[in-house]
Design a protein. Structure first.
Length: 131
């Protein structure tokens, strides 16, 4: 997968996650995967931005840098979420709740996926996908 594909696929996933979140699917605070309205807004907005970036940014190097920033940001929130597990403030950085371990795992997977897209040679990714 190249950075353009990551932005498009990741953007579609984020947009879908945000829109489904607005329907109240992930509003149960007792569930393993809980998203509040701030996270739904963030996921929807970031999804739209990622899709637009995949379609409008033609410079492959700029797309690569953008995906790298996404990866670092996702890993930051994953690590932070794991660090505050059980003692999280009610609203981290004024935007989201990170008390759900599933949310932390999702951030970890996205971070690894993004950085693999940036740093692994495409042949290594194809070999890993087709053993």
């Amino acid at each position: 997968m190249n950075p353009k594909q990551f932005l498009l696929v990741g953007g579609i996933v984020l947009l879908a996650l945000g829109l489904v979140g607005f329907l109240g699917v992930f509003n149960d605070t007792k569930s393993a995967f809980y998203l509040d309205q701030g996270e739904n807004v963030a996921h929807t907005g970031l999804g739209i931005i990622a899709i637009a970036a995949s379609l409008l940014i033609t410079d492959a190097m700029l797309q690569k840098w953008l995906v790298g920033i996404v990866g670092i940001t996702a890993l930051f929130f994953a690590v932070y979420g794991f660090m505050v597990a059980g003692n999280t403030p009610p609203n981290t950085f004024g935007i989201s709740n990170l008390e759900s371990p599933a949310d932390d795992v999702l951030h970890l997977v996205v971070g690894i996926w993004a950085l693999a897209t940036v740093f692994l040679p495409r042949s290594a990714m194809q070999t890993a996908a087709n053993p």
